[in-house]
Write a protein that binds this ligand. Structure first.
Ligand SMILES: [Ca+2]
Ligand SMILES: [Ca+2]
Length: 215
């Protein structure tokens, strides 16, 4: 990576990019972590869960300041909300948190829905700009997620009440991991350090979320 710094100051997101050209930047973001990078380079506050490195934020708050805290952990852009690229990764993190028996039950993770989506299950990407694995969605309050609130079915029209994803320890079902939520208060967060920056598409979706408070 030539140089990429993503800075989220307070609740505001701003991006500073210095690179040879946009095409190179796009290629960099699509890549996995740099070859020389290892988890040993992560901040020491990040703990090993499975093969990854994570840091829970147990203090309840809104999604956006929690995410800014994650991103601020690494000046190199290696940290952001956890991106579950395999079901086993979600299972490992969930098991770790369940064992703590925490008061906090709902953890912001690295997935966001396109502000232009027309269906509740449409347009979800993870924070590395890949299509979110729909198998990660659990059942919450007896309703299959995502439900964009209380509309009750993934086929319902989308009206953008809930465009962020959360690992909810009270989710059920065969894959009891994610539910959608609005991000406005009452959420813990799970940060990940994986040597890769927050994707540009994900960042644009976060900025375009109608539930994000005015800056
Ligand atoms: Ca939604
Ligand atoms: Ca929901």
């Amino acid at each position: 990576m030539r140089y990429l710094a993503v800075v989220l100051a307070g609740c505001g997101f701003s991006t500073s990019v210095s690179t040879r050209d946009a095409a190179e930047l796009d290629a960099t973001i699509a890549d996995a972590a740099p070859d020389a990078w290892t988890v040993d380079a992560c901040p020491q506050s990040y703990i090993a869960i499975g093969a990854g490195r994570y840091r829970p934020i147990m203090t309840l708050g809104s999604f956006w300041p929690n995410e800014a805290t994650c991103v601020a952990d690494s000046m190199a852009g290696w940290t952001h909300a956890a991106v579950f690229e395999m079901l086993a990764e979600a299972a490992d993190v969930r098991a770790y948190l369940v064992a703590l028996a925490p008061t906090a039950r709902t953890y912001g993770v690295g997935a966001v829905q396109a502000p232009t989506a027309m269906l509740v299950g449409e347009g979800w990407v993870n924070f590395h700009d890949a299509t979110l694995d729909p198998a990660l969605w659990g059942i919450y309050a007896a309703v299959q997620q995502p439900d964009d609130g209380a509309v009750g079915t993934t086929a319902s029209p989308e009206d953008h009440q809930q465009n962020l994803a959360f690992l909810d320890l009270d989710a059920t079902g065969a894959q009891p991991y994610l539910r959608d939520g609005n991000g406005n208060g009452g959420y813990a967060h799970i940060c990940e350090c994986d040597g890769r920056p927050l994707g540009m598409t994900a960042q644009s979706y976060i900025l375009g979320d109608v539930n994000r408070p005015p800056q």
